[in-house]
Design a protein around this ligand. Structure first.
Ligand SMILES: [Zn+2]
Length: 382
């Protein structure tokens, strides 16, 4: 794969509303699927018995699976509002009046959590995460980590980072399958000292690449600072994946900071909510002002939706009528927009013209640019 590249996300083994043939047509190269979701449903053994993830979802291109850590712990973050971090309780366990049950409990060996599907108690460890990802059979797999939220303080973030480092070594030791690249994950929240320490530690282990995970702070500036603190300490030969990021305006600032791989559900999720990318910024197609609009989403766009001549008025109608085609046509356009932008970024990098493309794109897209530079020692007021 030529880098930098963007991975459409097939959460449960499917990029929602889009066929593999359409993904090929859009120029997608690598897909990312979520271990957490496939582990819970249909189960890793089922995917393996049906020929592995490539055959299961009929995608013969490269696939990345994440470790499950992000979904396991992000389920817990949402439940922690107003709940003490140390109160680890599950549905059915006695708890103080008015406090919500905590969905995830972490210990040195792994994480126990409650399935969002059927409420059953489940467990992931570094060893089981690797075994599950080997059964799924993706080309790039990720080490099991404990991401933290922006609400976690420095003390807890350090504990989680140290645990992630111990888990990283266990993931390496647990590898049984050849031909799968294993990436380590840098944690450390939005704390300069922790991010640098994590990048040095993970960068010293025999991984094949690295992903930047966890809390990227509370703003774009925080995210850029986290990258500045991390990248410096990573092996230059490693591909670097920024987990869960991929809005058009993010791509420039992150590529300039050394990110090679992106994944993000935004193009399909926003598309299903009627938000469409255009060169002039996002368009909300469900608005009544589009009722009589005969124009395509974007003049000159190379996607199927625009090329076939679907008007804004027709797309608005599809959303208003809850027609399934609305989601497909919107997702096709948004994915094309991001994949095409990534393609232009690759060409611009090769031609030494990235800053020209960035200035031209962002001026019209309407987002201010944040130049790479020396970031302060803390971010997000922490
Ligand atoms: Zn289009």
């Amino acid at each position: 794969m030529e880098t930098p590249f963007f991975c459409p996300v097939g959460t449960a083994g499917s990029v929602k509303g889009v066929t593999p043939a359409e993904l090929r047509e859009l120029g997608a190269g690598v897909l990312l699927a979520n271990t957490y979701h496939l582990f819970l449903r249909p189960g890793a053994e089922t995917v393996r018995d049906l020929g592995g993830l490539h055959r299961f979802m009929a995608w013969d291109g490269p696939i990345i699976t994440d470790s499950g850590g992000f979904q396991v712990f992000s389920l817990g973050f949402g439940m922690e509002h107003g709940v003490g971090k140390q109160i680890g309780m599950f549905p059915g366990e006695e708890r103080p009046r008015g406090q919500a049950a905590k969905l995830v409990r972490v210990d040195e060996n792994g994480a126990t959590f409650t399935s969002h599907i059927d409420g059953t108690r489940q467990r992931l460890t570094p060893e089981t995460s690797i075994a599950i990802q080997e059964a799924l059979g993706a080309d790039i797999v990720l080490a099991f980590d404990e991401p933290t939220s922006p609400l976690h303080d420095a003390d807890y973030t350090r504990q989680a980072m140290d645990r992630t480092h111990r888990w990283a070594e266990r993931c390496l030791a647990a590898r049984r399958r050849d031909g799968q690249a294993l990436y380590g994950i840098v944690q450390g929240g939005a704390f300069a000292e922790l991010r640098s320490a994590s990048a040095r530690f993970i960068g010293g282990l025999p991984f094949d690449g690295v992903a930047i995970g966890g809390s990227l702070g509370k703003s774009k500036a925080d995210m850029h600072a986290v990258l500045d603190w991390s990248m410096l300490h990573l092996p230059t030969a490693w591909p670097r994946h920024l987990l869960g990021i991929g809005e058009p305006e993010d791509l420039f600032a992150c590529v300039e900071r050394g990110v090679d791989q992106f994944d993000c559900v935004a193009p399909t999720r926003l598309g299903r909510h009627g938000q469409l990318y255009t060169a002039d910024g996002r368009l909300q197609i469900t608005g009544s002002e589009h009722r009589e609009d005969p124009r395509p989403i974007q003049d000159g766009c190379g996607c199927y939706t625009c090329g076939a001549g679907f008007s804004r008025g027709y797309l608005r109608h599809l959303f208003a009528a809850n027609e399934l085609l609305a989601y497909t046509l919107a997702s096709l356009h948004n994915l094309y927009f991001v994949l095409d932008l990534m393609r232009r970024i690759r060409l611009a990098v090769c031609a030494g013209e990235l800053s020209e493309l960035r200035d031209e794109f962002l001026a019209r897209y309407g987002v201010a640019y944040a130049a790479p530079g020396v970031s302060p020692q803390s971010a997000g007021g922490q």
